[in-house]
Design a protein around this ligand. Structure first.
Ligand SMILES: C[S@@+](CC[C@H](N)C(=O)[O-])C[C@H]1O[C@@H](n2cnc3c(N)ncnc32)[C@H](O)[C@@H]1O
Length: 192
């Protein structure tokens, strides 16, 4: 489970292409649902994305996980500045487990940043991390490019990866255009 990039080095560059400079439109579309629910939430590969603090700001007890000390430090500062509770852990997500399964995982541009050979192990981690009946909000990046990262998350492949014995797929996807010139398809999955 070796990272496909030196992510820490990327965060030391002046800008990174995956950051959109605001909340993901899918997150905004889910915000009413998120505001009407609460509990524990994990954001794997949280990077510097603002959704971690936004979740904490509407009452979720958040845990971010990321390999990059720069990203972890950034999120810790943002949480503190917002006066929000939460923890951000510097760890390889394949080697980390929560104390208890969470109510929610918010997955945004982490899957597509992992080697596809590791996707099955990642799905198993997510299945372990989420309690039965819990929710996976997931954004599948659509690049149509065979190379990566970011790796294309073909929806038929995703339906096989997040199979119905473990995941109940919700309704139609939400589409978010991405500043990288690609788009994401957002789904709300329930853990069976
Ligand atoms: C493309 S970035 C996306 C960051 C964030 N989700 C966002 O939307 O801005 C991928 C993130 O996953 C993290 N990452 C990659 N492999 C990881 C691993 N095995 N364990 C923990 N974090 C990882 C990287 O450090 C990076 O922050």
């Amino acid at each position: 489970m070796e990272p496909v990039l030196d992510w820490e080095a990327r965060y030391l560059e002046p800008s990174v292409p995956w950051e959109r400079g605001g909340l993901n439109p899918a997150f905004l579309a889910w915000r009413d649902w998120l505001s009407n629910h609460s509990g524990t939430a994990i954001v794997p590969g949280c990077g510097r994305s603002p959704e971690l603090v936004a979740l904490a700001g509407i009452g979720w007890q958040v845990t971010g996980v990321d390999l990059s000390p720069t990203a972890v430090g950034y999120q810790q500062e943002r949480l503190a500045a917002a006066g929000c509770q939460g923890e951000v852990i510097a760890s390889n997500l394949f080697e980390w487990q929560p104390g208890l399964p969470a109510d929610l995982v918010y997955e945004q541009t982490c899957l597509c940043a992992l080697n596809p050979d590791d996707w099955s192990a990642y799905e198993s981690q997510l299945a372990r991390w989420i309690r039965p009946g819990g929710t996976l909000l997931v954004l599948f990046l659509q690049t149509k490019d065979p190379d990566g990262p970011p790796f294309h998350c073909d929806i038929d492949d995703m339906r096989r990866l997040f199979a119905s014995r473990r995941w109940d797929w919700g309704g139609a996807p939400l589409r978010s255009d991405h500043p990288m010139g690609v788009h994401e398809l957002g789904f709300r999955l329930s853990r069976c």
